[in-house]
Design a protein around this ligand. Structure first.
Ligand code: FES
Length: 105
């Protein structure tokens, strides 16, 4: 399934991921700049912060309390902020578009 990451400078990266992978895992495997994933996806570092494209917000959903707590440590948190390690790929998310923050810390 396809994922598009768009850097803050507008550079687009279209890559393929598999169902069950997190959007952070797909990004780090494909060396997408701007997603670090320092904690390995255990929802404790916030270096996988992304902005969900408005067209995808409903399908992706909102963060749970744990994620929300960690997100508060990220820079420039917005209404569409999510930790990409907490977004697991499903068929419904094929084609998802994520915007990358200018920096993670
Ligand atoms: S990889 Fe650390 S919170 Fe997502």
């Amino acid at each position: 399934m396809k994922i598009t990451y768009i850097e803050s400078n507008g550079t687009r990266h279209e890559v393929e991921g598999s169902e069950g992978q997190s959007v952070m895992e797909v990004a780090t495997q494909n060396l997408i700049p701007g997603i670090l994933g320092d904690c390995g996806g255990t929802c404790s570092c916030a270096t996988c912060h992304t902005y969900v494209d408005p067209d995808w917000l409903t399908k992706v959903g909102t963060p749970d309390d744990d994620e929300q707590g960690v997100l508060e440590g990220a820079l420039e948190v917005r209404d569409n902020s999510r930790l990409s390690c907490q977004i697991k790929l499903t068929a419904a998310l094929d084609g998802i578009v994520l915007h990358l923050p200018e920096r993670q810390y």
